[in-house]
Design a protein around this ligand. Structure first.
Ligand code: GLV
Ligand code: MG
Length: 335
């Protein structure tokens, strides 16, 4: 598969975008809806105007005796709603569960023409993507679904992290990946009981110094995995996402975790609670001050080459490219 690395950008006007051609919309928050609950489904028409993507969740957090109801509820919600520019995704059950096959066999014929992305949990290797890829190809052919449904993998097993590059390369249907910190923690044997975020005991102590208190600095448990996922995604033109943040009572920590992911290259995160919609919107839209500075760089170097000083800081071809990423995102947000 061709890597988009060839986007060498000195005179980059009209250069190819770093991501594959998708029906590109903003995807700053993937908003999770439990479709077995009628009360929650009833909120979907209002949500459409507020979020970038609505996802009907069929997997974890849906009780096993509500799996069929969730599937039926998702189909009803997809049929009854006009989504406009808002993305429609579903998270199906994992491949070796008793529900996966019916999830696909019932949803794709019924609403496949409206469905943008299937999020596949607990992906361990390219073989998982190949299986879903072929199944979708058969169903799309049989039901005359003209627009290919994309696949988004959750990176949430140690085996999956080991195989992340092969997963990214597994199919042209690949849309992107999300970090699944809760399952990944369990799979790795981490000693936590959280859905994403940090841990007060994961820290580095400053060296002892005469007469001074030692200071403790909490570290980001997810830095390594997010970095690995971003590199794998970007080298195959896919979109990387942070996943869930489970402590709804701590919006500051949620914002900080999302912001780390944004700065590291992620395009969005999951919103599991309405309060996280605005957090994600704020974090994954570039800061106006950064955009203003990035515009100064682009204006100072019209052909993207050379070196200039702006506000005492050296800028060159490489910072021009960084500035272009920020300005392009700001343009997309504004449009
Ligand atoms: C998400 O699915 C997670 O396991 O964190
Ligand atoms: Mg999970």
């Amino acid at each position: 598969m061709k890597s988009p690395r060839s986007f060498y950008l000195p005179l980059a006007i009209g250069a190819p975008a770093p991501f594959r051609e998708n029906p590109v919309r903003l995807e700053r928050m993937i908003h999770f809806v439990p479709p077995h609950l009628e009360k929650m489904r009833a909120k979907v028409p209002d949500l459409v105007a507020k979020v970038d993507v609505i996802l009907g969740n069929l997997e974890d957090a849906i009780p096993s005796d509500a799996k069929e109801a969730a599937r039926r509820g998702f189909i009803a919600m997809a049929k009854d709603t006009e989504f406009g520019e808002t993305g429609l995704w579903t998270r199906v059950n994992c491949l070796n569960s008793p529900w996966f096959l019916e999830d696909i066999l019932e949803i794709v014929p019924a609403v496949g023409h409206k469905l943008d992305v299937i999020m596949l949990p607990k992906v361990e290797g390219p073989w998982d993507i190949h299986y879903l890829d072929q199944l979708l190809a058969q169903l799309e052919a049989k039901h005359a679904i003209a627009r290919p449904i994309q696949i988004h993998a959750i990176l949430e097993t140690a085996e999956g992290v080991k195989n992340v590059e092969a997963i990214a390369a597994a199919s042209p249907r690949m849309h992107g990946m999300s970090l699944g910190p809760a399952d990944l923690a369990a799979s790795r044997g981490m000693k936590t009981t959280r859905v994403g975020g940090g841990h007060p005991h994961y820290m580095v102590l400053s060296d002892p110094a005469e007469g001074q208190q030692r200071t403790a600095h909490q570290q980001d448990l997810w830095h390594y995995t997010v970095a690995k996922m971003v590199d794998a995604c970007l080298s195959y033109g896919l979109k990387p996402f942070y996943g869930p943040f489970g402590d709804f009572s701590d919006p500051q920590a949620c914002e900080s975790q999302f912001r780390n992911a944004f700065l590291m290259g992620c395009l969005g995160a999951w919103s599991l609670h309405p309060s996280q919609i605005d957090i994600a919107k704020r974090v994954f839209s570039p800061d106006p001050q950064e955009v203003a500075f990035a515009l100064k760089i682009l204006e100072a170097m019209p052909d993207g080459t050379g070196a200039v000083m702006i506000d005492g800081k050296m800028q060159d071809d490489a910072t021009w490219k960084q500035a272009k990423v920020i300005v392009d995102l700001a343009t997309q947000v504004a449009s």
